[in-house]
Design a protein around this ligand. Structure first.
Ligand code: EPU
Length: 349
């Protein structure tokens, strides 16, 4: 096991915020975690698990021991009449994994193509896009307890998935299971349906159907459409630092929604199964005039107000503090105009 010191993190977070990890260990197998736990000093230190750094705002040098997830490997685990179970190491790049499943002739993840980050980070916030969430395809995951070194398996119910949420985002309490800082995900398994049907219905996908005249796309066609839609709308982190959607879309009651529609008839809203409504946070932020605005080097993306971006590079770029100041100012504006407090999506470190 190698402990690296004063490691630059700029290339390890998609916001490209300049900061250092005081100590970092690359985890390539569960034995590497056991080696950390066998060290009398390291076993006691608080730890932070870093995947692709794509849902993260770093606000200063990182003191906890950083465990950089680099476990590789993709394989088909089993086939049943209903599904094919595939498994990937936590350090595998998510988009590369989606492409690998399609190369194997196993559709089911194509709506989540091009989401930045790693396979191990995907369950933490139950990633989702264009009508499919990770929990819809999830089978189980193996994780390791960072105190005891015990490896355990969780099914979907035990992961407590919600909208951009899971047990891995919460600290445990007497009443609720929480695994934040307690466990590191090693491998994730997905059940891909043998009877595959394209998941359509999103306006952007309907536009593609109309433009191409293809009503019933193949999984590869859908994969290409999703990549094109995302590239047109979302900044490529390799070019412009960002962490995807910065806020969650808020859920409101039917009464609250009616109230907002009465004042702002154009508000983008979707009815949920339970009768409540989801509002498009991007629209709310846009309506408050934030699209294209900046505070210091932290900005609101011109083509999608839900995405905050780093307008600079290197030491001239945005600090985590600037990003959070901008996020706070946006929350205040939206609260003052709509009476809603937007919840942030990324982990703030
Ligand atoms: N809108 C505006 N102005 C803006 C941004 C959006 O008016 O500046 C309107 C759009 O016109 C559209 C609506 O808001 O009518 C929704 O926008 P969009 O379709 O881009 O989706 P979203 O709700 O903003 C969510 C996810 C994305 C995911 C897309 C597609 C969240 C927080 N975000 O975005 O996920 O890719 O739907 O499914 O749920 C992510 O989590 O990082 C992410 C990118």
């Amino acid at each position: 096991m190698l402990v690296e010191h004063h490691v630059p993190l700029q290339a390890l977070n998609t916001f490209h915020i300049v900061a250092r990890a005081q100590r970092l260990v690359r985890i390539r197998s569960e034995e590497d975690v056991l080696a950390v736990l066998a060290d009398p000093q390291l076993r006691q230190d608080s730890k932070f698990v870093l995947g692709g750094g794509s849902n993260l705002v770093i606000t200063g040098d990182v003191e906890p021991l950083v465990l950089k997830s680099e476990i590789q490997g993709c394989r088909v685990v089993e086939q049943s009449a209903k599904s094919t179970v595939v498994e990937a190491g936590a350090g595998v790049d998510w988009h590369a994994f989606v492409a690998w499943t399609l190369d194997q002739g196993l559709p089911g993840l194509e709506n989540m193509a091009l989401i930045p980050g790693t396979v191990g980070a995907a369950p933490v916030q139950n990633i989702g896009a264009y009508g499919v969430e990770l929990q819809d395809r999830f089978a189980a995951l193996d994780a390791i307890d960072l105190e005891t070194g015990r490896v355990f398996t969780l099914d979907a119910a035990q992961c407590g998935f919600g909208y951009r949420d899971s047990v891995f985002k919460h600290q445990g309490s007497e009443r609720h299971m929480g695994l934040k800082g307690r466990a590191m995900i090693l491998r994730v398994r997905f059940a891909l349906p043998r009877a595959w049907k394209p998941v359509l219905g999103y306006a952007d996908l309907e536009k593609k159907q109309a433009q191409t005249g293809i009503d019933n796309p193949s999984a590869l066609q859908l994969f290409d459409w999703i990549c094109e839609i995302r590239r047109a709308k979302l900044p490529d982190p390799a070019q412009i630092g960002n962490a995807g959607s910065f806020f969650k879309n808020p859920t409101v009651s039917a009464e609250q929604c009616a109230d907002i529609i009465a004042r702002d008839p154009k508000v983008v809203h979707y009815r949920l199964h339970d009768g409540s409504f989801k509002l498009a946070a991007g629209w709310l932020i846009d309506a408050c005039g934030w699209r294209g605005k900046s505070i210091g080097q932290a900005g609101v993306y011109e083509k999608q107000a839900l995405v905050l971006v780093n307008r600079g590079q290197g030491t001239g770029g945005a600090t985590g503090g600037e990003v959070m100041t901008l996020a706070g100012a946006i929350q205040t504006s939206v609260y003052e105009r709509f009476g809603l407090m937007l919840e942030t999506e990324p982990v703030v470190l």
